[in-house]
Design a protein around this ligand. Structure first.
Ligand code: GDP
Length: 440
């Protein structure tokens, strides 16, 4: 448990609202509830009370819920006051509570930080809670909620347990090499499991791109010669207000971005300056940006005026491309449409819903199956790669002696422990004694 100040904050959203939830955590919580609610309430049961300041002034009438530590979100005593969601009500409640001795306003993220320090959530779960709070799309929510429930942590802790076990086996072989208790072939099984784990970690790390797409969005870039119809398509997509999560006009005059929610997946569409072979100077800067943007894109929409096709020139190698024939309304009959994946007209709307559906399908395919466990931060990927390097070293160096290899296993397990934030040396001994019965 953490001693020191109790903390208070508004834990619900923007005011005014129907209800505001004011949360306090720490040793002073009980006293604050007794004073403001005129006496203690039953644990974990919402109780309607008149709420008064220390001088007896009536603040509001609202629900009080008390969660005694350690069975609370932070692990400390926690209380929530559900009051009317007016700005003045919330402000007065907050000020009144913060004026109690030993109580202050919480820093950003401080409730979760206390939860972590008290062992209620690990580091990965803390990150997932942040993702859950920030989730805007259904894919983001699904991803975050599973990790907040511990799916990702459990994967890393499972690998870590296997490594601790592996090391215990190897150390036991070293320590008891002359005795009969430990069979010599154990080492073979251990190293083969380490090899399997390297493959599992590699596959898991490959999922990072999918996690990035879920979090940051599937990147679509519109390319095409001047007058191909890029802005018209961009505006048509941006006008679909029902689909828009946020509208972020670009900071440059050359790149504009709109963020769409296509069947629960965040999709960012960027409009670029026209690609042309002999541009003026200002235009050249825009084209440079367009090419750079196209380079990192998940999907390129290459637009060509069907009535007046002008090629866009070289495209980044390996980039997935949809060839879009524009202004199909000007083409009678539909003769040259065969050269394009999708003919569209922003004038009469032809092909635009189909195009959106296709982008949505491709984005959904990139984020993989809903149940996949993915590394959700670069931090995880870096530590996983370090883990892998130690494991590869341990596997490769079978002539260096078992002590060094066991040390590499320890370092690998340590990296995994760092991901979840729980590096603990005691469990090595636990494994030796619980699984080997060496002392008997
Ligand atoms: P950009 O330079 O590639 O951004 O092209 P714009 O979107 O500015 O379009 C160039 C011209 O083509 C404008 O005059 C548009 O009104 C016209 N245009 C764009 N899309 C269509 C379309 O689907 N049908 C028709 N008939 N005209 C279009």
């Amino acid at each position: 448990m953490i001693s020191g100040n109790s903390i208070v904050a508004l834990s619900s959203g923007r005011l005014p609202a129907g209800i505001a939830v004011i949360r306090i955590s720490g040793a002073q919580t009980r006293f604050v509830v007794e004073t403001i609610a005129g006496g203690m309430v039953k644990d974990r049961i919402a109780t309607l009370r008149r709420l008064r300041a220390q001088d007896g002034t009536l603040l509001d009438t609202g629900l009080v819920v008390f969660f005694p530590g350690p069975h609370s979100f932070t692990g400390e005593d926690v209380a929530e006051f559900h009051v009317h969601g007016g700005r003045a009500v919330a402000a007065t409640m907050l000020e009144t509570i913060a004026r109690f001795d030993g109580v202050r306003h919480a820093e950003p993220g401080e409730f979760t930080r206390r939860a972590f320090l008290n062992g209620k959530v690990d580091l990965v779960e803390t990150e997932a809670l942040a993702d859950l709070v920030n989730a805007e799309t259904e894919a983001q929510r699904r991803f975050a909620v599973r990790n907040a429930e511990g799916a990702q942590s459990e994967l890393y802790l499972g690998w870590r347990r296997r490594l601790i076990h592996a090391r215990a086996m190897i150390e036991a072989e070293i320590d008891f090499a002359d005795e009969d208790d430990v069979p010599g072939s154990v080492a073979d099984a251990v190293w083969s499991d380490v090899g399997a784990m390297i493959d599992e970690i590699s596959r898991h790390v490959e999922g990072f791109r999918a996690a990035e797409i879920i979090r940051d969005g599937f990147e679509v870039v519109i390319l095409g010669a001047p007058n191909a119809g890029k802005s018209s398509l961009f505006n048509a997509l941006a006008r679909r207000e029902a689909a828009i999560v946020t509208d972020e006009p670009g900071t440059t005059r050359d790149l504009l971005e709109v963020v769409l929610d296509l069947s629960g997946v965040r999709v960012r569409v960027t409009d670029t300056a026209g690609l042309r072979d002999a541009p003026g100077r200002v235009e050249a800067i825009g084209i440079e940006k367009a090419r750079a943007k196209a380079h990192g894109a998940d999907l390129l929409l290459v637009l060509e005026d069907m009535a007046n096709p002008v090629p866009v020139g070289a495209l980044p190698a390996n980039a997935p491309v949809l060839r879009i024939g524009t202004k199909v309304d000007l083409i009678q009959p539909l003769s040259s449409g065969a050269n394009y994946d999708t003919p569209i007209s922003t004038k009469d709307g032809t092909g635009v819903p189909e195009l959106l559906a296709e982008i949505g399908r491709r984005a959904a395919a990139e984020i993989g199956q809903a149940g996949d466990i993915l590394p959700s931060r670069l931090r995880h990927v870096e530590l996983l790669n370090e883990t892998k390097r130690y494991l590869l070293a341990a596997l490769a160096e079978d002539r260096r002696g078992q002590e060094l290899r066991a040390e590499e296993l320890r370092l690998a397990a340590d990296r995994l422990g760092r991901i979840v934030g729980s590096v603990d040396v005691e469990d090595l001994l636990d494994v030796i004694f619980s699984q080997f019965c060496i002392g008997k």
